[in-house]
Design a protein around this ligand. Structure first.
Ligand code: IVH
Length: 680
């Protein structure tokens, strides 16, 4: 085989690996720039007659549907989702990082269009997840991902919570059918909030807002998706009936505005490539102020007629190009690699860097993710490394400048012992994270205490990192319960403590005894159990004692609790150390229940899920719901295999049919009332 053939094969394999990582797994392992370089190299190796040109000139829907070869734009489809065939393909864009290439694009167009007067529109390239919204008679009927460009996954339910998503076109003037294209994204604050929660739960962090957005739109449970705040912005036109409804992108953009759709912040119509270049530079200055991440500018022919004349390749239109902005990179010296032990024992290697200015902030630390990542990039202490901000936020070491590597440097050896307690580290099969298995490891204890005291859990004022360090180092505190045994004398021996500060800390610890049950459950730091699961568990089990006794079946019958979480809860309470700790907390009077309005023997609906349908006469929906919850049950809005009873009043429709199909017990309102009276 020719060298170039071997390289072509290699590049094709590499690109398909990275496509899978980016589109389907939502976990890219290289930067966009590196990916683009590989793609450019492959394109240059492919002979021009290899280039597929199926969509050039005027393209009809039917020849599109008969598309005979694999698509060239990646594929995000998952088996669990319903497929939707786009009425007009969702293509990719040709990219460039180079000014000359941008002007070449303009020259190519002049040859194809055979005219020298046309307009461009310039707008931001949003680094989100592409979506196609279908509106029929002005109503949103479907939202789909790009998929393979021809067929996408239907994600309507997962994005309906987006506040700005127009369910209806707010005007009397709209086409019968229209596909509106745009991008779903997540704002930085929301990304940080979610990663912060994951960090405290000991879970892997999302690399950037784009990946988190991609993961969110593909969640199997729309209620989970609705807990993450997504946003949307719209810019593109797919199929439209009647055709000819719009004559230019400028008109289309104006209609989006009139219809009340969220649109891009920067939209400029210009009449030459030179003016477009001016706008690209202007956009680069403003883009930091937008609430979505942008990685470039998109320059498109304004006239839809000229677009049709220019045509498309199988991959991208010839009437548009993306000019990608370089994300800022800096070289700096890697002074050290240190390992951090999280509260779940996860070991995170951190790069300590010679401070460097990067995209507006001083960077002196960067996450190295895990041992595999250090090995793959062969990062060594003493190296000059290249740092970039992933998704423009989190600093990452993206590579090493090998030309300045010192000859004596040695590959970094990931320690086999915990840097804190020297216990042998462990790695579960299929995981890339090393963990310290010693739950008494003082770094883990410190992490657990910080988590327990945090605002989102028990909210213990003045119990911060520095105090916790001293309490653990001096062996005053070995577990959460020890906090409640602290005395003023103990605290006065600590650095920085006097009468007043000691009393303040003791009083906030004392106050925490009255915190809500869900906060306590959350504060225990059980792996996978975050705020919302803690609330559900508190409501369902009403006390730590019943949660401790819960069977796997009872746990998984709760919406949002899957087998992984149930197993983690089970393992936590199986641990004798944790059992002793709970006993000590109880002895000290920490609130471990929801209150005793009803004693445990009255919890007749514990672990049972009800769905109410049809009209009820004896109770209002609210009253029935409240009764069920007070007696330990749960009310769900839709029938599923997790439903225990369907209470059906007159007029019950599809829910009744579904319950019958799933052989779920159906109760009349009278049956339900009897159950409560007889408490059976
Ligand atoms: S126009 C025919 N405009 O970038 C393709 N795309 O890398 C028309 N994107 O698939 C796309 N911002 O998901 C267009 N202002 C913008 C965009 C934009 C982001 C995405 C889009 C596209 C991808 C190509």
């Amino acid at each position: 085989m020719k060298d170039s053939e071997v390289r072509k094969k290699e590049l094709t394999r590499l690109l398909s690996f990275h496509d899978e990582a980016y589109y389907r797994l939502g976990k890219p392992t290289i930067s966009d720039r590196e990916y683009d370089r590989l793609k450019v190299e492959l394109d240059s190796l492919i002979d021009s007659d290899d280039q597929l040109d199926l969509f050039s000139g005027t393209e009809t829907e039917s020849n599109f549907k008969a598309f005979p070869i694999p698509p060239l734009v990646g594929d995000d489809r998952l088996e669990e989702f319903t497929s939707h065939q786009h009425l007009s393909p969702m293509l990719s864009l040709d990219n460039t990082y180079d000014e000359t290439e941008f002007f070449d694009f303009d020259k190519r167009l002049s040859r194809v269009l055979k005219t020298d007067s046309w307009s461009y529109v310039v707008e931001p390239k949003i680094d989100g997840v592409a979506v196609s919204l279908t509106y029929e008679n002005g109503n949103l009927t479907k939202a789909a991902t790009r998929g393979n460009g021809i067929e996408g996954d239907v994600i309507t339910q997962n994005i309906l919570h987006i506040k700005d998503l127009p369910r209806k076109i707010l005007s009397n003037d709209f086409p019968d059918l229209i596909e509106v294209r745009g991008e779903i994204f997540m704002e930085h604050d929301e990304f940080e909030r979610i990663n912060q929660e994951r960090r405290s739960l000991g879970l892997d962090l999302y690399a950037n807002p784009r990946n988190l957005t991609a993961g969110t739109v593909k969640l199997l449970d729309p209620r989970e998706a609705s807990k993450r705040m997504l946003k949307i912005v719209l810019y593109g036109l797919g199929a439209c009936t009647p055709s000819g409804y719009f004559s230019s992108l400028f008109d289309f953009h104006q209609s989006l505005k009139d219809w009340g759709f969220p649109i891009v912040d920067f939209f400029s119509k210009v009449s030459s490539a030179t003016d477009a270049w001016g706008k690209i530079s202007e956009l680069n200055k403003f883009r930091e102020s937008y609430n979505y991440p942008t990685d470039g500018a998109v320059i498109k022919l304004d006239s839809l007629l000229l677009q049709e004349l220019a045509g498309s390749t199988a991959k991208a239109p010839r009437w548009a190009i993306a000019y990608k902005f370089e994300s800022e990179r800096q070289q700096t010296f890697l002074e050290d690699i240190q390992l951090q032990v999280g509260r779940t024992g996860a070991i995170t290697p951190v790069a300590y860097l010679k401070a460097v200015q990067l995209a507006g902030t001083t960077v002196s630390r960067a996450s190295l993710h895990n041992a595999d990542e250090i090995e793959r990039k062969d990062i060594r202490i003493g190296d000059t490394v290249v740092v970039e901000k992933a998704g423009e936020i989190i600093p990452q070491v993206i590579g090493v400048d090998l030309t300045s590597r010192c000859k004596e440097s040695k590959a970094f050896v990931f320690p086999s012992l915990c840097p804190c307690c020297e216990t042998q580290l462990e790695k579960a099969e299929g995981e890339s994270v090393w963990r310290c298995p010693n739950s008494l490891c003082s770094d883990q204890v410190k992490g657990r205490l910080e988590y327990y005291a945090a605002r989102g859990c028990m909210n213990i004022d003045s119990l911060g990192e520095a105090v916790i360090d001293q309490l653990v180092n001096r062996s005053f505190v070995k577990d959460l319960a020890d906090l409640y045994f602290l005395t003023k004398q103990d605290l006065l021996t600590l650095e920085g403590f006097a009468d007043k500060s000691a009393e303040n800390l003791l009083s906030s610890i004392e106050k925490s005894k009255e915190q809500d049950l869900w906060r306590f459950i959350c504060g225990l730091g059980i792996k996978h159990v975050g705020t919302s699961a803690s609330k559900d568990l508190a409501k369902a089990f009403r006390s730590i004692q019943s949660l401790m006794k819960a069977t796997d079946e009872e746990l998984t019958s709760i919406d949002g609790v899957g087998t992984v979480m149930a197993n983690s809860i089970y393992l936590f309470f199986m641990d004798e150390g944790n059992q002793d700790m709970i006993a000590k907390l109880e002895e000290k009077g920490v609130n471990l229940s929801l209150g005793s309005v009803i004693d445990d023997t009255e919890m007749i609906f514990q672990g049972k899920t009800f769905v109410l349908t049809g009209s009820l006469t004896q109770y209002t929906r609210e009253e029935a719901g409240l009764l069920i919850e007070t007696l330990g049950g749960k009310v769900a809005s839709s029938v599923s295999t997790k439903t225990t009873y369907l209470v059906a009043g007159p007029g019950a429709g599809s829910k009744l049919a579904k319950a019958q199909k799933l052989e779920i017990e159906i109760l009349s309102e009278a049956d339900f009332a009897n159950m409560i009276m007889l408490k059976k």
